[in-house]
Every structure is written in structure tokens, then in C-alpha cells.
Design a protein around this ligand. Structure first.
Ligand code: PLP
Length: 492
């Protein structure tokens, strides 16, 4: 087997023979866990060439190591690290090599730094998670192969994104969402998450306040905080963000920006009322606020006409619009964008260049082709029908099995139901029991700025088909805390 070159530091002034130095150095690497049991070692000829020594010197070292049990030969006569060695824990006492802990002081972690892996077989009733089984992988795969044949897609390129994808997105935003934007007004990012992070760094200054919906989307808040910004919680009601409260915050200089999800508010799914849309745009214009509009699931509106984004009504250049292909195509592609006034996009692109240089041009070109050929549009139509059916299926299952425990209004769009939990039931305890029963749900506390319990569950229907949704609801019902266990301090 071909192996990597293995450089070892040999000291010709050392009185120890070179073969002994080689054996010592390799044994030390094995002890430290750098060379693991079963790892192939270079042939004696190759190692001799790398080290500039005679092959017999390496053969002598290998002989010594084999005699001590460090290495062995396999039937194909390759030399391997012995498989019988006990595994070496990283940073084990006495072992040289990488330490188990940083030897410097770590600053505080972002509060959502750890994501718990779900046990295998868990059904995910998680808000906003699309179904990867619906992704048009054949079309995407052949477009990607075509994109890779163009070698320039493997080189450094435009930090703002592949020009074809920017043009395709600009066209889509004009036709489907009413934005008057051209390719220069778009920066392709790795998902909405990078877009939000960039906006926080490039368009605001450390210490600035950003009004955020509370309840709201914690990953966005964390991005803004990591940019040194202060998040200022503003309540949400049945008509979306309480825009009336922003006036006083702006007048006091407490905010320089507003981050919101006006189409389907995250997590409550309500749509920002028309009067509030106008009031927000008017305030932003007067107070020179940045409006960071996160339109993460624009495609998924099932009833009536989709509501156009705030950005489509922005004549003052105050809205920077964040979009993503994570819902309509696949989150693993990591494709999102920022759209806004060209000078703001230029500033954002300058920051992106120093954060991530550029995106994956081959993937961007492949996805651009899906848009150009109409495949992305067909996929959006197909999946909209599928998700509308799943919304009905989940609503029916919940009504049939959990009518007394959960109440909800079927939302006009999105990928999740926002359910009020009946008094006396602790949503946090229920979610924990549900996870043990094999279904993952999100309790209200996860969306609260103050992290305090709220009597809600957010139940996503995107990831599961109708049969799986029925099973997930059966498990959720089975995990309902019995009377007496229902209230508690564990929080929602
Ligand atoms: C409110 C909100 N914004 C953005 C996103 C998408 O993030 P990304 O494009 O980074 O996958 C999500 C996904 O869950 C979301 O819920």
C-alpha cells in the first residue's frame, strides 16, 4: 500500500546509531497515538529514501520494533503498526503528543456550542428540517459532474459567488419574491447562518444593539453576539414582532438594527401584519436602522398568496435580505445569500473574503444549472405539495391523539406547527421523555431569549412522511407525562 512520507528527526551528532534513533522515534509516535494500531508503515526502501539513510538501517530499526512487538507484517508482507497494542488514550499521562486540553485560557463558548447527536432511529419532529429523501440527487449529481469538468471551478474565484448562481438567484428573487435586485446586489454565502454572521460583522460595529424577536431564532442571536453585538429582545404576538416598541428603542439609541423573520415568524409561524411591515420600513428609514430580514422558508406557503418580503417594498435601502436553499433544496449544500444595496453587498463581500475566501464554485455552478433548467422551480412545486400534505397529516394525528394536551392553529405555511401545551404539562419534561421514546421535539424554552420555560412545543413535519408522522405522534403521546408528573421545575 502507498503510504505518506514519514519524516523523523534524526540527529547525526547523537552517539546512538541511526537505526536505534529510527526505532525510538517510531515507537514514540505509536505510544503517542499518532500511528494507530493497523496503520501501514512505509516500506523500508521508501523510508530509507525519505530519511536519506541506507535501507539496511531501516531494516535494522524495523527488526528491533518487530522484536519488541510494536510492529508486524501482514500476509501481503506490508509492515503495519501491531494490532495487538492497547489503544492509547489521547494525551494519556506519560505519553508525549497532543494534550487533552488547551494549554491556554479559552474564552466563553457560544451558548449553543454543543449539538446533541440524536440516538439512531429517532424520528425528528424538528421544526424546519426538510426531508433529504426529496432532494433531486440525479439532476444535482449530473450537473455537479458537468461543473467539475470545468477546471476553473476548482480554482480561486469570485468571493461574491459564482456569477451564474448570482444571476439565477437575482432572477428568482425578482420573479418569485418581487425584489428588484441584480447579480451585483447578491452575495452567495454558506447558508443563512454565514449570511447573518457576516451581516453582524460587516454592517454593524461591536457594541451596537440589534432588536430581535423574542421568542426567536437562537442561532442568529449567537452569530450576532459573536460579532460583539447586543441582542435586545422585543416581544412577538399574533401579528408578529411588536414593531411599535422599536420606536422608543431607536430614539434612545439602544438599537442600530432589527433582525426578524416576517414571513413565518420563527418559531411561532405567524406572519408580520401589513400595518407593522409599513411601520417598520418607515421607522428604519427615519432612524437609519438596518433591517435584517431572514426569509428562510419563503417557498413554503400553502394558503392564499405568499406574502412578499419586506425587501420588495424597501425604497430606502434599509433592508438586507437573507435567504437560503437549506429548506427548498438541502441544508447540507450550505447555500444561502444576502441581497441588498450594492455598496452594502460590496462591504459584506470584502469581509467574506477574509473569513472564507469564497464558496464551493462547482456546487454553486451545479445549482445554478438546476435553476437555469427549471429543475429547482419544479422541485419547489413538488415539495410544496408534499409538505402541504404532511402539514395536514401531522395536524390530523395531533388532533386525534393529543387534542387534550396540545392546541394549535394550522399555519398558512412553513414546516412546523407551533403548539400550546395544556396547563399542568411540563413541556421540557415531555420533550425529554419523548426523546427516550424515540421522537425529538423542541420545547418552548429553546426559543426564549431569557431561556425560561414557555408552554409550547414546536413540531416540524418536513422530515417525515405521513406514516412516520403517525408513528412519531404515537410515541409523543406515549411519552406524555402522567398526571402528578406533569408540572415541575425542569422548564419548557
Ligand atoms: C429562522 C431560520 N433562519 C435560517 C435558517 C437556515 O439556516 P442555514 O441556511 O444556515 O441552513 C433556519 C433553519 O433552520 C431558520 O430556522
Amino acid at each position: 500500500m502507498r503510504t505518506w512520507q514519514t519524516p523523523l528527526a534524526l540527529d547525526r551528532a547523537d552517539p546512538a546509531p541511526l537505526s536505534v534513533q529510527i526505532a525510538r522515534a517510531l515507537a514514540a509516535r505509536i505510544r503517542a497515538g499518532a500511528l494507530r494500531p493497523g496503520a501501514p508503515l512505509p516500506s523500508s526502501r521508501a523510508l530509507a529514501r525519505t530519511l536519506g539513510v541506507h535501507r539496511n538501517t531501516v531494516l535494522a530499526a524495523y527488526g528491533e520494533l518487530a522484536a519488541e512487538g510494536w510492529i508486524a507484517s501482514d500476509p501481503a508482507r506490508a509492515t503495519l503498526v501491531s494490532r495487538d497494542l492497547p489503544p492509547v488514550p489521547r494525551g494519556a499521562a506519560g505519553a508525549p503528543g497532543p494534550a487533552a486540553r488547551a494549554g491556554f485560557d479559552l474564552p466563553p463558548a457560544p451558548s449553543d456550542a454543543t449539538w446533541e447527536a440524536l440516538p439512531p432511529g429517532t424520528l425528528e419532529l424538528l421544526g424546519g428540517t426538510p426531508d433529504p429523501r426529496l432532494v433531486p440527487v440525479a439532476a444535482l449529481g449530473s450537473a455537479y459532474r458537468r461543473a467539475l469538468r470545468r477546471r476553473e471551478h476548482l480554482a480561486y474565484g469570485d468571493a461574491a459567488g459564482h456569477p451564474r448562481l448570482r444571476a439565477a438567484l437575482a432572477r428568482m428573487l425578482g420573479e418569485a419574491r418581487g425584489l428588484a435586485v441584480d447579480a451585483d446586489g447578491i452575495l452567495v454565502t454558506r447558508g443563512a447562518q454565514m449570511a447573518l454572521s457576516l451581516a453582524g460583522r460587516a454592517l454593524l460595529s461591536p457594541g451596537d444593539g440589534v432588536a430581535v424577536e423574542a421568542l426567536g431564532y437562537r442561532p442568529a442571536w449567537e452569530s450576532l453576539r459573536l460579532a460583539g453585538l447586543r441582542t435586545v429582545p422585543v416581544p412577538v404576538d399574533a401579528r408578529g414582532l411588536e414593531v411599535e416598541r422599536l420606536e422608543a428603542l431607536a430614539a434612545a439609541g439602544a438599537i442600530r438594527a432589527v433582525y426578524l423573520t416576517p414571513h413565518h415568524q420563527y418559531p411561532t409561524t405567524v406572519t408580520l401584519a401589513p400595518a407593522r411591515r409599513l411601520a417598520l420600513l418607515d421607522l428604519a428609514r427615519r432612524a437609519r436602522l438596518l433591517v435584517l430580514e431572514d426569509d428562510y422558508d419563503a417557498e413554503f406557503h400553502y394558503e392564499g398568496r405568499p406574502v412578499p418580503p419586506l425587501a420588495s417594498a424597501d425604497g430606502a435601502g434599509v433592508v438586507v435580505y437573507v435567504g437560503t436553499l437549506s429548506k427548498v433544496l438541502a441544508p447540507g449544500l450550505r447555500l444561502g445569500w444576502l441581497a441588498g444595496p450594492p455598496d452594502a453587498i460590496e462591504r459584506l463581500t470584502a469581509h467574506r473574503r477574509f473569513l472564507d475566501r469564497q464558496g464551493d464554485l462547482a456546487v454553486e455552478a451545479a445549482v445554478a444549472e438546476l435553476f437555469e433548467e427549471g429543475e429547482a422551480q419544479r422541485h419547489a412545486w413538488r415539495t410544496r405539495r408534499v409538505y402541504a400534505g404532511r402539514r395536514e397529516a401531522l395536524a390530523a394525528e395531533l388532533g386525534a391523539r393529543l387534542g387534550g394536551a396540545l392546541s394549535f392553529r394550522t399555519p398558512a405555511g412553513g414546516m412546523a406547527l407551533w403548539c400550546r401545551v395544556a396547563p399542568g404539562i411540563d413541556p421540557g419534561a415531555w420533550a425529554a421523555r419523548a426523546l427516550r421514546a424515540g421522537v425529538a421535539v423542541q420545547p418552548g424554552r429553546l426559543f426564549a431569549h431569557d431561556r425560561r420555560a414557555r408552554p409550547f412545543l414546536r413540531l416540524g413535519f418536513g422530515r417525515l412522511d405521513a406514516r412516520e408522522l403517525a408513528e412519531a405522534v404515537r410515541r409523543l403521546a406515549g411519552a406524555l407525562p402522567r398526571r402528578g408528573q406533569r408540572s415541575g421545575a425542569s422548564g419548557a
